[in-house]
Write a protein that binds this ligand. Structure first.
Ligand code: 4AD
Ligand code: MG
Length: 477
């Protein structure tokens, strides 16, 4: 008897062998044909029940969602579209699933409905494929950095610093409302709620990663990060996972090389190891595209997009060049953007980023050397005194997927910047120490993991590529 999973059995040629398998019923047709899935592959294995010799009571319980254990013989399939099937000898119902109550029926459910059933949606083809690809990408991230001499560094989740200086932090409370410190008037002092100190959930592990890069050379963090921005878009979450490498002695060009090589490597991994899931998601996206007006359809299929990114160089363009392009272009029939770019120094909106990537260059773009005043305090000032060594990687259909920079390693320039932005130097004493003791050029970036999963799976909404999305509207489950 071979105890196996569906993926192995479907590619097996061990015909006439006795096999045992456990999984969940996807469908049961004609009182005979079970489509069984166990999560190991997008594909189901057909199990043929000898209904004449199976009790009515058991047959009734073979319903969508039920967990079953099957023993039988692996045979060559008579049906179309599959090579093997199991001739069932013994069937045990492990866990029933009442068809009148089970929300996941063998039909197409809307993603909105499935979001409300986030605990069950991974039992559908689309979500199981997305979550397998997500898992493969996560593995590919660790594989890439490990093979390239990086150490995995665990940044703290609870921290006293605001790495981005954008004030989008969730405060941490330990004391409970009754015990929170109060001021003289009896008002709650929320700010001192972590055992009497002010702390928040991390928005980025970068500052701590920098301190580690200045000893271990090449490090990366890959952990949850939190942003209390009230953005209700298809690309923002309140809780998302970020991958942040940081490398001592790297300049901005090295940083761009690293970002490009890393992204290509993880996408190539998924192309090689998730073929069935990507084929399924490719087909899903093609069907979805057909429902859109012709002029809004994507020119490439999912598979074409992934191969394109894996094989083609990203275009590197300075902010100043990009602004020139955006000022002189005709983005659409109305020939203007919703937010026209009038002057150098303006921050780019997603419509501008998508124009550059999707219409103008038609490939991933790395924009660099942004105006200092629209970027964070830690980025290295260029000799022109007005731009910083920042870089954003922009992707088709996604917009910004990576934000990074060469860091300001000069103590005096960093201190000046901190003071110009009215940041309290005392809060960053430990960060400033790295510039006092053995400072050196260094660079890093942050890649939003969910945006990478979105790109790799062709899913339109970021809420559909993380198991339990946290957004301003939703923190259930
Ligand atoms: O551009 P950001 O804010 O950069 C940083 O946090 C740097 N400290 C990273 C570094 O240099 N180590 O964020 C980096 C990336 C973005 O490019 C985007 O992909 C993702 O994180 N991101 C989000 N993803 C989902 N939901 C949100 N609310 C996100 N905010 C940023
Ligand atoms: Mg950014």
């Amino acid at each position: 008897m071979i105890t196996s999973n569906v993926a192995e059995l479907l590619s097996s040629d061990k015909f006439l062998q006795e096999v045992e398998i456990k999984g969940w019923v996807r469908t049961f047709r004609a009182n005979r044909f079970i489509a069984l899935n166990d999560g190991s592959t997008i594909n189901n294995i057909q199990c043929v029940v000898d209904f004449e010799n199976t009790s009515e009571d058991i047959l009734k319980k073979i319903t969508t969602g039920a967990a079953v254990s099957i023993k039988g013989t692996l045979i060559e399939s008579q049906g179309k579209g599959q090579t093997v099937e199991i001739k069932v000898a013994e069937l045990e119902i492990l866990g029933e699933s009442n068809p009148d109550e089970y929300p996941i029926q063998p039909k197409k459910h809307s993603f909105e409905f499935l979001r409300e059933n986030a605990h069950l949606r991974v039992r559908t083809n689309t979500f199981s494929a997305v979550m397998r690809v997500r898992s493969a990408l996560s593995f590919a991230v660790h594989k890439y950095f490990t093979e390239n001499g990086f150490y995995n560094f665990h940044a703290p989740i609870i921290t006293g610093s605001d790495a981005e200086g954008a004030g989008e932090m969730f405060q941490v409370s330990t004391l409970g409302l009754d015990n929170v410190p109060k001021d003289e008037d009896g008002n709650v002092d929320y700010k001192k709620d972590f055992f009497g100190k002010e702390t928040n959930l991390t928005v980025s592990g970068q500052l701590e990663a920098e301190t580690y890069a200045m000893a271990l050379g090449k490090v990366y963090t890959f952990g949850p990060t939190f942003r209390a921005e009230n953005s209700n878009t298809t690309r923002h979450l309140s809780e998302f996972w970020m991958i942040e490498p940081e490398v001592a002695f790297n300049n901005l060009d090295d940083n761009m090389d690293l970002a490009e090589d890393f992204i290509k490597s993880v996408i190539t991994y998924v192309l090689q190891h998730c073929k069935d899931d990507i084929a399924f998601l490719d087909n899903r996206l093609t069907q979805e595209e057909k429902t859109k007006p012709a002029n809004q359809r994507s020119e490439m299929t999912l598979l074409e997009r992934l191969n394109f990114v894996a094989e083609n160089n990203f275009k590197r363009v300075s902010y100043t060049e990009a602004i020139d392009i955006l000022r002189n272009c005709k983005p659409n029939k109305k020939k203007k953007f919703q937010f026209p770019i009038n002057e150098w120094g303006a921050d780019l909106q997603s419509e501008h980023e998508r124009f550059l990537v999707e219409k103008h260059f038609k490939c991933p773009v790395i924009l660099f050397d942004y105006p200092a005043n629209i970027k964070a305090f830690y980025m290295r000032l260029n000799d022109d005194g007005k731009t910083v060594r920042a870089m954003d990687v922009l992707f088709p259909g996604i917009g910004e997927i990576v934000g990074g920079s060469q860091r300001e390693e000069r103590l005096d320039v960093l201190k000046q910047k901190i003071s110009d932005l009215n940041i309290d130097e005392k809060e960053l004493w430990w960060y400033i120490d790295t510039r006092k003791f053995g400072t050196a050029e260094h660079s890093g970036f942050g890649l939003g993991f969910e945006r990478l999963v979105q790109f790799s799976t062709g899913m339109g909404n970021i809420r559909d590529v993380i198991p339990y999305p946290r957004t301003p509207q939703n923190a259930e489950f």
